[in-house]
Design a protein around this ligand. Structure first.
Ligand code: PLP
Length: 401
């Protein structure tokens, strides 16, 4: 049997995908399962974006695209960065990738050598450490406390920085906690970053438009313009415009980094489908009225779910300020036993038992680097969320010990 690489062996199947697949498998067996595992908006892509894709295909925009993005989409991204964050980028300071995930992959592969370190505040979206490991680097986690609203303490980032540190990753609004970082807190982090000139900073702003109270997202490059020559600001259309399947993400950053990232991308996928790029352009420049509608829906669901989970004895529920996730704490439930005799000793055991006994699929906190918690995606219908909360309450009430 030919052998697989050592590099891939260190990469587990993403827990989110695994949890979603388990839910699907049980559903296929006829079980009534509510899956709140994926960060996948259930809303439809705006029709004007779909129409723009159709028109692009009919115009014959079906050839190999330039690796970095079509001039038209880059212009739309320039306008978007200026409108939403006050950031100015030249076209050659922008890269379009097959989703923000590819942008992150490009950035880490383009910069990391064996033994380098990437500072990732925990809890985190698990792509950062997994891709860092693929690049031969070592993720270094900075634990964020629920009592600090899941924000990384500047002093903890300072303590984690070594001469091998190549990146600090920031992601607000955060997946999985929904934490939003105030500008003053980013300023305090910027003070630490100024002391470490060898460090790139990734600001993953994927959920920038999904701040529940509608306020503008604070982003590092705008808050600390003197750091712009080493900040990569990432966003995309997947979450803001319910366009996960179109695979368009982008970043603005220093030219030297963008050029290196484009080289990496050129040897993996090349440019993004011009049809999808036309759709993204229309989404960024067209009517924005679907955005406040989705934001309001996520905010209302999240408040309702946080309130009902907060009433469950043993469970704590930090109120998220953005994105579409809740990250309830399970410490008060550890050590208890289900009526069928399953011991809840970890967040994974909780999620496994909840799925088997109550038909609700969540992702356990260890998958995001902080236990004992579980992530609940509110990118689901109101009815599904209400029913899931009711089932979780009944499940928890049935635990003993
Ligand atoms: N960044 C964060 C924080 C995410 O949660 C996700 C998706 O879940 C992405 C980036 C990637 O988005 P996409 O590749 O769909 O653009």
């Amino acid at each position: 049997m030919p052998e697989l690489s050592v590099r891939q062996a260190g990469i587990p199947l993403a827990a989110t995908m695994a949890a979603a697949a388990r839910a699907r498998a049980l559903r296929a067996q006829g079980r009534n399962i509510i899956s709140l595992t994926l960060g996948e908006p259930e809303f439809a892509t705006p029709l004007h974006a779909v129409a723009a894709a159709h028109a692009a295909a009919q115009r014959g925009e079906t050839k190999y695209p330039a690796v970095g993005g079509t001039p038209a989409l880059k212009a739309a991204i320039q306008a978007k960065f200026l409108r939403d964050s006050g950031l100015e980028f030249a076209p050659d300071e922008i890269l379009v990738g097959n989703g923000a995930r590819q942008i992150i992959f490009d950035a880490l592969i383009a910069t990391l050598d064996d033994g380098d370190e990437v500072i990732v505040p925990a809890p985190y979206w698990n792509a950062y450490p997994l891709i860092a490991r693929m690049a031969g680097a070592r993720p270094v986690f900075v634990d964020c406390d629920e009592a600090d609203d899941f924000l990384p303490a500047p002093a903890a980032i300072r303590a984690a920085i070594t001469p091998r540190t190549k990146w600090v990753v920031l992601n607000f609004p955060n997946n999985p906690t929904g934490a939003v970082c105030p500008a003053a807190h980013l300023q305090a982090i910027a003070v630490v970053l100024r002391e470490a000139p060898q460090v790139w900073v990734m600001s993953d702003d994927m959920y920038e438009h999904l701040i529940h109270d509608g306020s503008r997202n604070a982003t590092l490059a705008a808050v600390a313009p003197d750091l712009r020559h080493r900040v990569l600001t990432i966003s995309g259309v997947s979450k803001t415009y319910a366009m996960t399947g179109w695979r368009v993400g982008f970043a603005g950053g220093p030219r030297v980094l963008i050029d290196a990232m484009a080289k990496v991308q050129g040897q993996s996928t090349g440019g993004v489908s011009p049809i999808a790029q036309a759709a993204a352009e229309a989404a960024l420049l067209g009517k924005q009225d679907n955005v406040p509608q989705m934001r309001a829906a996520y905010a209302a669901r999240s408040a309702r779910a946080a309130a009902s989970l907060g009433r469950i004895p043993g469970l704590t529920c930090h109120k998220p300020e953005g994105a579409f996730y809740l990250y309830p704490g399970l410490r008060g439930l550890l050590g208890r036993t289900t009526p069928s005799g399953k011991m809840i000793d970890t967040d994974l055991a909780f999620c496994d038992a909840l799925l088997e006994d109550a038909g609700v699929a969540l992702v356990h906190g260890a998958a995001f680097g902080k236990s004992p918690y579980a992530r609940i995606s509110t990118a689901a219908s109101d009815d599904a969320i209400d029913e899931a909360c009711a089932r979780i309450a009944t499940f928890c009430a049935g635990l003993h010990g």
